[in-house]
Design a protein around this ligand. Structure first.
Ligand code: PXP
Length: 245
């Protein structure tokens, strides 16, 4: 069975750096360490307000790492232009609101199909694989396929936030069924947001999902055990052997 890929999001290394305005800790150093620890890809989100990753970080990451760079971006003209210059392995289009703490909810693909189709086309013309960050909604998944996306990343935030119980189980089943539907549509299926050792282990059991993108928990855990150890442990958790901590 193919190993589930682990994408490590290093945004919050930049959050800590920016808290003091200097250059430490450096997100590129973190990305190289993550790569050595077994990350299959590096993800970074250049937000409109540059609250963590900055333009120069994205260019430096692309230059420095040997694993694929997944560039998270809002569906704006500015970000499409930057992506076309950086030419990451993939661009993951996410909804973005200025005053949110993190990405809340998936992209409303169907509601802005024409605009997204134009942007997806421009990114693909540069050889960039395009991913759309979506909720487990079949209309949005079908629309993602229609406009030519290569990948969908299913939003796991709600599942991760819910307490154990029937509502959480229901959310899990929605993700399972969305992953199956997306795979059947010919989309590559990723998942991410809010994942911890516990929730990543559960999402890893969904066979149609081939990649997880994880940031905040790993960077937080790194404070206690170091980034390498956090990534190695996550790798063990998500290996589909059913291994648990
Ligand atoms: N995937 C996407 C599309 C995201 O926007 C984020 C947050 O930047 C993540 C994954 C990672 O989420 P977290 O930091 O909660 O692990």
């Amino acid at each position: 069975m193919k190993q589930l890929r682990l994408g490590v999001n290093i945004d919050h290394i930049a959050t800590v750096r920016n808290a003091r305005g200097g250059s430490h800790p450096d997100p590129v150093t973190a990305a190289l360490l993550a790569q050595t620890a077994g990350a299959d890809g590096i993800t970074a989100h250049l937000r409109e307000d540059r609250r963590h990753i900055r333009d120069e970080d994205i260019f430096a990451l692309k230059e420095a790492i040997n694993v694929p760079l997944n560039f998270e971006m809002a569906a704006t003209e500015e970000m499409v232009k930057i992506a076309c210059e950086v030419r990451p392995n993939a661009s993951c289009i996410v909804p973005e609101k200025r005053d949110e703490l993190t990405t809340e909810g998936g992209l409303a693909v169907r509601a802005q199909q024409d605009r997204l189709a134009e942007q997806v086309g421009r990114l693909k013309a540069e050889g960039i694989r395009v991913s759309l960050f979506v909720d487990a909604d079949k209309d949005d998944l079908s629309a993602a396929r229609t406009i030519g996306a290569d990948i969908v990343e299913l939003h796991t935030g709600r599942f991760c936030d819910l307490p154990a119980g029937s509502e959480r189980q229901h959310e899990y089943e929605r993700i399972v069924s969305a992953a199956r539907f997306a795979d059947a549509c010919g989309l590559e299926v990723h998942a991410g947001h809010g994942l911890s050792f516990e929730t990543a282990g559960q999402i890893a059991q969904i066979q149609d999902i081939v990649e997880l993108n994880i940031g905040h928990f790993l960077i937080g855990e790194a404070v206690f055990t170091g980034l390498k150890d956090a990534i190695v442990r996550m790798r063990q958790v998500i290996n589909r052997s059913g291994a648990v901590l």
